[in-house]
Design a protein around this ligand. Sequence first.
Ligand code: NDP
Length: 265
Amino acid sequence: MSRLYERVALITGGNSGIGRATALRFALEGALVMIAARDRIKADETIDEIRSNGGDARFIMCDVRSPDDCARAVQATIDMFGELDILFNNAGQVPYGSILETDTGTWLDVFAVNVHGTFFMSRAALPHMIVRRKGVIINNASDWGVVGAQNAAAYAATKGAVVQLTRSMALDYARQGIRVNAICPGDTYVERWRTNARGALMSDAEFAHYLAELGADFPMGRVGSADEIARAVVFLASDDSSYMIGQLLVVDGGNTAGGVSTRYR
Ligand code: NDP
């Protein structure tokens, strides 16, 4: 269980949801983890849990929409842990709506986080990886980057862009020892989902009922957990995937095999 022993990993949005689950998994596999995000309190909770399991993790304040913040996050990781082996571009925003329901600010912001953030962070990390002729970059796309989605036009467009960026980066840097792949999660329950359409937080019972109703329509009769995605990210980060570049690892419980991935939550 030490597939990432002493590897240094930088995870954007590592304080919540899939990023948090991945930070915990990476640490269990022996990685040293830097969490780059905006909410320090949530990050501290994740770091405390990693340390209580015997691992090590730190936090760097970073808004991935800022190229300077991204450069600082990469440098802080190297200053703290000596190198950078793994970058998980996970930070993302998930606005819903068709084109006519999407205002300009929402459109620009979701591209700024999901696409520009991936670009800024990768551009900051790559030179360090190239010098050492090794490194792994994993971009968090989505099954909605592979198939279209109703009522999520801007979001799906960003994830399509992340898919193509992944493939292009993989081809550009393969001979310099860098592996770039994407994880494409299907519907994965995270704390964010506890907020209902009216903006209120669901109780545990309400949330369990909601997940059961939602999951019933999916091929496996349930949606995924963040840890199920994290375990696939560990595979992409580790030498177990040493001959994989430019690939989309779809972890969606069968949605894109012909199921229901395009329905609006
Ligand atoms: P969460 O809301 O739990 O996580 C989103 C993360 O992104 C948070 O950690 C947040 O940190 C970070 N973030 C958002 N904006 C910024 C920013 N400007 N700068 C830095 N960090 C930022 O949701 P998920 O775990 O679901 O989402 C994580 C990724 O997984 C996203 O890319 C999403 O598109 C993808 N995904 C999720 C699916 C799902 O069903 N859950 C399905 C397919 C893909 P902070 O609040 O500190 O800024």
